[in-house]
Design a protein around this ligand. Sequence first.
Ligand SMILES: [Zn+2]
Length: 345
Amino acid sequence: MLEQINMLREKGQNELNALNSTDQLPEWYYRYLGRKGDLTSLLKQLGTLSSEERPAMGKVINEVKQELQESFELRQKTLRETNLSQQLEIDDLDVTLPGRPCTTGHLHLTTQTLRRIYKIFQEMGFQVYEAPEVESDEFNFQLLNIPEYHPARDMWDTFWVNDEVVLRTHTSPGQIWAMREYYPEPIRVILPGKCYRFEQITPRSEHQFFQVEGLAIGKNIRLTDLIGVMSEFAHKMYGVERKVRFRGSYFPFTEPSIEIDMSCSCGEEDGTESSGCRLCKYTGWLEVAGAGMVHPAVLRNGGYDPEEWSGFAFGMGVERPALLKHNIDDIRYFYGNDLRFLQQF
Ligand SMILES: [Zn+2]
């Protein structure tokens, strides 16, 4: 048996030294030192020996096991180092250098603002409804109670694709799409998206901007419902400490029409109302949205009988809340693709 052990030891050492890749190490380990390896099976044969021989032989096997284990670890270390230096020569790549950090992107400021708006209206039961950005004159104007040659058309400087097709100047045509799709069900939707105006680009206006339109149609919907929804929105978006006010206004597609303002944050600091700042143009108030009860003609164009149904609609900018929140003084930064700006939010 001693002879067998010595042969195994020599064979193991030789084979180990002949290995030239770390890939071959596990196989060797399994064969000699594994639970079903040659040394283990020798240990199991100890039972066949006489009780005088057994302790001495057991000791020898364990010594050989220990020795092979140490050689294995040494060989593993050497092979790993050789592999690494060979790799370095071949690849001309220093794998020991720390990696360069990957820059991860994040949502655009506008998308972040949109998602906050969605969440607030979602809690009040509004769904998101998307409508086309390229519209017909009919949907963008006529069905919204703005016939051809109506002076209200001057409210929107328009990009005309041809005599009948426009880039939508507001998200309001989505009201007609939603009404025609949902009729005769009640509606509670918000209509977000890009709008286009043929305007001079200034710090306060871009020819492309986002709006979120809202529309609720049902039976017995009243102006007070609109006021409740808009107050809730302003408080959730800007804080409960904001005061909200409603002013009479004019839009062709709502009757009556209102504008919604909220108190500027400048009034809060010293506890006095409307001390004024540059953001609120020293008035103490900021515009939040335009709104009103859906005009009977618009309801009819959407398929709803104004004798039976009523509803409210509102529209608001998306960049403006972000401008206010982060104290940004130029809307043109939003879509200028300057990462130095975008990475700040
Ligand atoms: Zn102010």
